[in-house]
Design a protein around this ligand. Structure first.
Ligand SMILES: Nc1ncnc2c1ncn2[C@@H]1O[C@H](COP(=O)(O)OP(=O)(O)OP(=O)(O)O)[C@@H](O)[C@H]1O
Length: 289
């Protein structure tokens, strides 16, 4: 269990993350928010890499800051990762296993082989890592984080820049990892979260706006989502504010918009998607809470 108590970070220019409280249990948790929302700040605080201005976070009762000095350090995978280009995945992970206190050559070799298979790198384990694709490097770094045996794994934008196949592979790897630990996954891609997370946290402007089930986000766009069919000329004159999508059909253009009031007399209320709920929450800056 991760317990966050009044955790916040302030710089000279203001709060990057306003003090927040929350509890996370085992499983995959999505962390969503626009640029500058405070996601990296929260993740670095939880990984014990950034000193807090207020409060603290406790993993199974111990402050996250204390984990840095132990072999069971909290797993943290930043957006930009680097591995030594000459080392193979096996060499890299064997070294990491030794650092994490796996004693004895045979035990280390077995642990490394098991992790290599888990992240689907067993076949390429003896290639120098300069020959790896970007996705393979990410999987190698996840393998290293898994080696720590820590019950918290924090992953920043893991799927950015990956092709669809690698993206799928990484998602399923994180879902497996979340069966036995807390995984916090930050992303701008709602699809990544929709595919794998039941619960989400939404940050904006350094504030935690929402923590709960992903499906619960739809309520922020309830009674504010509209759909209607516009002619080509109506479409040209339409203000873009609040417009969510416009799709051409043989009869006209099917529009969808977020608005407090019916945007045109022909608009009908529509059942919002999770994405529309998220957009409504973010665009209101939390005023609707
Ligand atoms: N070292 C720093 N000094 C001053 N302000 C900072 C510092 N680090 C972050 N901030 C500010 O804190 C706020 C939150 O930044 P943070 O990087 O946590 O956002 P983010 O949600 O991760 O953004 P992105 O999605 O763009 O990575 C931003 O306004 C940022 O400018």
């Amino acid at each position: 269990m991760l317990k966050v108590q009044h955790l916040g970070k302030q710089y000279d220019n203001g709060w990057a993350l306003q003090p927040l409280d929350l509890e996370l249990k085992r499983g995959l948790h999505g962390l969503l928010g626009p640029n500058g929302a405070g996601k990296s700040t929260l993740m670095r605080l939880l990984a014990g890499l950034l000193p807090a201005t207020s409060g603290d976070a406790y993993l199974n009762g111990s402050s996250v800051r204390d984990f840095r000095r132990t072999s069971r350090a909290i797993g943290y995978l930043p957006q930009i990762v680097r591995v030594h280009p000459q080392l193979t995945a096996r060499q890299w992970l064997t070294h990491a296993a030794a650092l994490h206190g796996v004693k004895g050559k045979t035990a280390r070799a077995e642990t490394v082989q098991r992790i290599l298979e888990e992240v689907n790198l067993a076949e390429e384990a003896d290639w120098p890592s300069r020959a790896y694709s970007f996705g393979m490097i990410k999987r190698l770094c996840i393998a290293q984080a898994l080696l720590s045996g820590s019950e918290l794994l924090i992953v920043d934008e893991p799927t950015a820049g990956l092709d669809p196949e690698e993206r799928l592979r990484l998602r399923s790897l994180l879902a497996d990892a979340a069966a036995t630990r807390i995984v916090l996954l930050s992303t701008h891609v709602l699809g990544d979260i929709q595919a794998s997370c039941k619960n989400v946290l939404v940050l904006a402007g350094g504030r935690l706006l929402y923590h709960g089930e992903l499906a619960g986000l739809t309520r922020f766009a309830q009674d504010r989502t509209w759909t209607w069919e516009a002619s080509e000329s109506e479409w040209r004159r339409m203000p873009l504010r609040g417009l969510l999508s416009a799709r051409s059909t043989p009869d006209g253009i099917v529009c969808r918009a977020l608005a407090d009031k019916r945007p045109t007399p022909f608009a009908e209320p529509a059942f919002p998607t999770v994405e529309e709920g998220y957009l409504a929450l973010i665009s209101s800056g939390g005023r609707m809470l």
